[in-house]
Design a protein around this ligand. Structure first.
Ligand code: FES
Length: 79
């Protein structure tokens, strides 16, 4: 298995190459609900629910389940 290095909220993380960003997040909350009361994380895993939105390399509102990790990728979660 090939491993690559990414950053999640500034923390260096080693993940399997070709993983989705959602898999790299491994269930950690990626944002808060609209009312900012409940943590949210990937739900459908197929691009429909938009619960997995994160900022990837400066681009906000990216669906983590639809993007594959790349070496050096920087992911920011709002939660
Ligand atoms: S988990 Fe539903 S859109 Fe990504």
């Amino acid at each position: 298995m090939t491993l690559i290095h990414i950053k999640i909220n500034g923390e260096s993380v080693t993940v399997a190459a070709h993983s989705s960003v959602a898999a790299a997040l491994a269930g950690r909350p990626n944002r808060l609900s609209v009312g900012e009361t409940a943590p949210r994380a990937a739900f459908c895993g197929m691009g429909v629910c938009f619960e997995c939105r994160v900022t990837i390399d400066g681009q906000s509102q990216q669906r983590a389940c639809q993007v594959l990790v790349r070496e050096g990728m920087e992911i920011l979660c709002d939660a």
